[in-house]
Write a protein that binds this ligand. Structure first.
Ligand code: OGA
Ligand code: MN
Length: 301
């Protein structure tokens, strides 16, 4: 730990001292669950990565959808720099930020004390994909575990390619070509009247319900907590279909549950996964703090 910490800054700023860890030989472990996930060993992500390493990581990312790097020591700038290898990092909306270095995801309230907000219909504790209400939703999100409860505080991922292929052919046919309206806070449990009265609905952005992964060509369901309804369908009918498909897509056989350790950096593919935080710890007393970086994607098709 001390060695690593002492070694890193000099290497980071271009010292000729070779890093102790073999940064050019990441080792991709066995699949963590049928749905997704691998641990990538032998790499210190706070150091610059050469192009062949980046290619190996991207290859593993396309195959396994969630990459897990254990025991990393990262400040927010280092996390930003590593993730920027994979695309344009989305800028923070906060005007006082120089650029979008990692922002904080935590269960702390304004007074710095833990607070349980998991029951909110717009919380990350509902199955969702990140920012589907953007024209160009992010392709990747990366979280780094800074502080975790002793047990629990998992993040779950549901593989929406597997979920799509497991649908009956007639259902696949019926949903092909449908478009989903997304807006922030759409929630799925609310009534049709509420949805109609909701001003967010006017700003809804629509995307295909079945999207094609731009790199693998796989077809994936695209839905989740920000999905409002199906374009051209009565709202209630569209919501019923979205609810059914969400229940289907998040069955245990399609899910990888990440059990965090402090020092984990994970990055996942928003184009073929849903995710949610799991309220399996005492949210109102235990601290859970992560740093988050998001990479821009392209228009879903
Ligand atoms: C996110 C998110 C889940 C978690 O950062 O986009 O959904 O487990 N996080 O904190
Ligand atoms: Mn999220």
């Amino acid at each position: 730990m001390t060695d690593r910490a002492a070694n890193r800054p000099t290497a980071f700023f271009g010292s000729t001292t070779p890093p102790r860890k073999p940064i050019s030989a990441p080792v991709v472990g066995p699949r963590l669950s049928p749905a997704a996930g691998v641990v990538v060993d032998g790499i210190d992500v706070s150091l610059p990565i050469p192009p062949p390493v980046k290619e190996r990581l991207l290859d593993a990312f396309r195959r396994h959808h969630v990459l897990v790097f254990r025991n990393q020591t990262l400040n927010r700038e280092q996390q930003f720099l590593f993730i920027a290898n994979f695309g344009e990092v989305e800028r923070s909306r906060a005007a006082n930020k120089r650029y979008g270095v990692a922002h904080v995801i935590s269960n702390l309230g304004g007074d710095g004390k833990p607070v349980d907000r998991s029951a909110s219909a717009v919380s990350n504790y509902n199955w969702h994909t990140d920012k589907p209400y953007y024209r160009e939703p992010p392709m990747m999100t990366a979280l780094y575990a800074v502080e975790m409860p002793l047990q629990g505080g998992d993040t779950e991922f549901a593989n929406t390619v597997m979920a799509h292929s497991a649908l009956a052919p007639d259902v696949q046919l019926r949903i092909a070509g449908l478009r989903v309206a997304f807006y922030w806070g759409a929630g799925q449990s609310r009534s049709e009247e509420q949805a109609r009265a909701d001003t967010g609905i006017e700003d809804a952005v629509d995307h295909p319900l079945v999207r094609t992964h731009p790199e693998t060509g796989a077809k994936a369901l695209y839905l989740g907590n920000h999905a409002s309804h199906i374009l051209g369908w009565p709202i209630a009918e569209g919501r019923a279909l979205l609810d059914q498909l969400l229940a289907h897509a998040t069955q245990p056989q399609f899910v990888y549950a990440h059990r965090w350790r402090v020092g984990d950096l994970i990055m996942w593919d928003n184009r073929c996964l849903l995710h949610r935080a799991v309220a399996n710890f005492e949210l109102s007393t235990q601290r859970r703090i992560l740093h988050r970086v998001v990479v821009r994607g392209t228009v879903p098709f």
